[in-house]
Write a protein that binds this ligand. Structure first.
Ligand SMILES: NC(=O)c1ccc[n+]([C@@H]2O[C@H](COP(=O)([O-])OP(=O)(O)OC[C@H]3O[C@@H](n4cnc5c(N)ncnc54)[C@H](O)[C@@H]3O)[C@@H](O)[C@H]2O)c1
Length: 272
């Protein structure tokens, strides 16, 4: 269902790998709401993913960019404005990767060049994206920038590994850059802290099935899906949230404020 919330708005969507990706669902919803955008992903993801299908479906062009590479980002931001015919109104950063997680390396046994790579891809890339947009003055006033994060930034989830630290860094960058983007350009910056979601990145976390089932039982409204996240992002890109900025916003069915639920208690009471 569309409400025309993004009619006339232009943007960039990072991170659509396949139809499970949160960025994929967001691109579909932004398209339904009348927004126009350029899709981008790492050059390697072009070969693995099905991004062409999404581009066709949404009438979008694709510009490959490694989000850790400033030259790629500069090219992306320039070309996107050319293609879309003006400055940008919204940007979604939906990027995460940890080699330690991927290779099953424990938090207490990090290989630090992997840790550094993960930090660059998952957190510093958010700064690089925003610095490129800021220096090129590529955002329209009252534009909106969103990145995706997870609650392991605040609380310990042992198998989330070094991604927890990357998310804490990402959220801090959102606040810090949000100050300057707000003051200097009237642009808002927020992070959405999303429930566990069955995507390529999500399922890479050890014990993901247990993790998502536990969160489902803890959350009064159940886990937020990728589509729920897409819908929330649409509201943040719309003019209905003009003065929401520098926030970490939970889209998690209530999980973050629950100590324990009756369902989880029941598993310890022998009456499940
Ligand atoms: N899935 C979950 O459980 C969950 C929960 C909370 C937050 N998130 C966050 O949501 C975001 C999107 O992840 P997803 O779950 O949709 O998984 P996904 O695997 O579909 O998306 C991750 C994307 O990051 C891209 N990427 C990796 N390295 C890159 C680079 N160097 N340059 C540009 N792009 C690069 C990948 O190609 C991929 O498209 C991530 O920030 C993730 O941490 C996911």
């Amino acid at each position: 269902m569309g409400y025309n919330l993004l009619k006339g708005k232009r943007g960039i969507i990072f991170g659509a790998l396949d139809e499970n990706s949160i960025a994929w669902k967001t691109a579909e919803r932004v398209h339904e709401e009348g927004g126009k955008f350029v899709l981008t992903n790492a050059p390697i993801a072009m070969r693995m993913g099905q991004i062409n299908e999404l581009a066709e479906k949404t009438g979008s062009e694709i510009i490959p960019a490694d989000a850790t590479d400033l030259a790629d980002l500069e090219n992306l931001v320039e070309k996107a404005q050319e293609i879309l015919g003006g400055k940008l109104d919204f940007v979604l950063h939906s990027i995460g990767m940890s080699i330690n997680v991927r290779k099953g390396r424990a938090y207490t046994d990090q290989k630090y060049d992997w840790t550094q790579k993960g930090t660059d891809v998952s957190a510093m890339s958010f700064h690089k994206v925003m610095q490129t947009l800021y220096q090129k003055d590529a955002m329209n006033e009252w534009g909106s920038i969103v990145a995706l994060t997870y609650m392991a930034a605040q609380r310990v989830f042992p198998d989330y590994n070094d991604m927890a630290d990357n998310k804490a860094y990402l959220e801090s960058i959102g606040r810090s850059f949000g100050y300057f983007f707000g003051k200097d350009k009237k642009v808002r910056v927020n992070t959405i802290s999303q429930s566990p979601t069955p995507t390529t990145a999500g399922q890479g976390v050890k014990g993901f099935d247990g993790f998502i089932a536990y969160a489902e039982k803890m959350s009064p409204l159940g886990n937020a899906t990728a589509l729920d996240c897409a819908n929330y992002t649409v509201t943040l890109f719309s003019d209905l949230t003009k003065r929401v900025t520098m926030q970490n916003l939970f889209n998690d069915g209530g999980f973050s404020n629950v100590g324990v639920s009756n369902e989880v208690m029941a598993t310890f009471m022998g009456d499940d």
